[in-house]
Each structure stands twice: as C-alpha cells, then as structure tokens.
Design a protein around this ligand. Structure first.
Ligand code: MG
Length: 274
C-alpha cells in the first residue's frame, strides 16, 4: 500500500487528509481516503468511513501535498555509507551514529528550503527514511523487525555544515525549520530488508550528485532498529532517515534539489535565502 498526505479544502478551510495512492497509466493518483496511519486500523475504519462516498480520485500532481509523516521524533543515522563517512574526513563508525532532527523541521514535497542567514554552507543529503508502524522497544536479536515498519519514504536531511561542525552537537545544524523535506508518498511495496537494494539518487539542478544503494549500508535496517530500540522507544509514525551516500555538497539560493528512490517517487524542493 502507498499513501500520501495533502491539504483538502472543505467547508471553507484547509484540512489535512491522507489518501491511498495507486499507479495509473499517467502516474500516481490518490484513489481513496484513509485515516491517519499512526492510529490503529479500527480507529482508521471508524473515523473515515463517512468520507469515502464523496472522494474523487485525483492525480498526485494536482494535490497540495504535505509531508506524509507526523513523527514524535525524527531519529537520524549519520555516516551509514562507507564512502560518505570518509568523504568528509571522518572514520567509518564502529557503531551506528544517531542524532535527532526536530519535527518542526519537516517540509512538504515542493516546499521551499530556507537557507538560514546564520550559515554559510547548506548541504543536501538524499536518504531513505523508515516510517515506523507500531511502538517498539528493545527489539530482540532474533526478532523480525519488518512487522514494526509501516513503510518507506524519501527524506532530504538538509544540513548547515558549518554550524554542524562549529557547534559539535548537531542539533542546530540539522534542525533549522524546513531542513527535513519528506515525501511524496509512504510505501510498503518496496522491501529493502529482504528484497532488492534501493537506489538513492540526488540531483542538483538536474545533475546527478549522489547515487548509492541501500545494500551498501554499513549497518543494515534490522541492525539500526535493534541498536536504536535498545535505548529509545520508537512510536508509530516515527521517522528514521538511514544516512546519505557520498556526494554531499553545498547549494545556493535558487537551486533545485531532487531525491529519487525506486518505487518511492521523487522529492523535489527549491532553496531560497532567508
Ligand atoms: Mg544525513
């Protein structure tokens, strides 16, 4: 199943809604309403039955899309591709490197990334994001992590590289408003754990800058989730960006950044100066 989140104009106001997404001959369409994916199935069925009658399928391109996640936390993995770990002069980590981005940094597909005046170097980082489907804590060494995963989504872990370095702590450099574009859809129809690796490609103004395969992760998705949940309870809806391949670099105002992943579509945003 694939889904998106969008703003729907109802009764004179804009209301955030979720919709099931299907592929048609001319691209992706929102074909049916659904409730918030963080809630359990019973709540979804109860709350949104009434809307189903009036729903008209529409192409995704015609919707005002929102980031399709509402995480209690965005728990990121740093330096999870060998070639990216070393390109900035860092050692390949012996254990997963974790940091948080605040949910206030979320940005919709097509939204404008604001380059803060405080920074002289803002970078893109195209990444695969895991969307959690249910609460989990201390996942066991033999336990299958897949039942805890709702699906996967594209993330751009935008970074003020100079502030990340000068602060030591990454909170500010990674946490500015608009620094976490996510979307356009969440899908469980890709399977990077047991199935084929996914290719993450980042284009800056149309030119390929990053291309990595999730098969090249230093730490696999099950290893990451076991490591994280040994310390921190994950809630349904939490977002786990899994790290970026080599090729990160700075942007300028007016630049267009696109991240694509097989089966998850394209996340496109424009940078602007504050
Ligand atoms: Mg990153």
């Amino acid at each position: 199943m694939r889904y998106c989140k969008y703003l729907n104009h109802e009764g004179g106001i804009d209301v955030p809604r979720y919709a099931v997404v299907e592929e048609r001959g001319d691209g992706w369409w929102a074909v049916a309403p659904m409730g918030p994916p963080e809630e359990d199935l019973a709540a979804r069925m109860a709350g949104h039955e009434a809307d189903a009658g009036g729903f008209e399928p529409r192409p995704l391109a015609a919707l005002r899309l929102l980031a399709p996640v509402t995480p209690s936390k965005i728990l990121c993995v740093g330096r999870n591709y060998r070639d990216h770990a070393t390109e900035l002069g860092n050692e390949v980590p012996k254990e997963p490197l974790l940091f948080l981005k605040p949910p206030s940094s979320l940005l919709a597909p097509g939204g404008t990334i604001v380059m803060p005046r405080l920074s002289k170097r803002v970078d893109y980082e195209g990444e695969l994001g895991i969307v959690m489907g249910k609460r989990c804590s201390r996942i066991g060494p033999e336990e299958d992590v897949r039942p805890y995963i709702r699906g996967y989504v594209i993330v751009n872990d935008v970074t003020a590289r100079d502030i990340q370095k000068s602060d030591g702590q990454w909170t500010r450099g990674k946490g500015f408003d608009t620094f976490c574009p996510v979307g356009p859809i969440v899908s469980d129809e890709v399977e990077p754990i047991a199935g084929a690796a996914l290719t993450v490609t980042t284009r800056l103004n149309g030119e390929v800058k990053q291309q990595g395969a999730t098969g090249d992760f230093i730490f696999s998705i099950p290893e990451l989730l076991r490591y994280i949940t040994a310390a921190i309870t994950l809630e349904a809806g939490d977002l786990i960006p899994t790290g970026t391949p080599a090729g990160v670099g700075p942007v300028q105002a007016g630049d267009r950044i696109e991240v694509t992943i097989d089966g998850l579509g394209r996340l496109e945003n424009i940078f602007t100066a504050q």
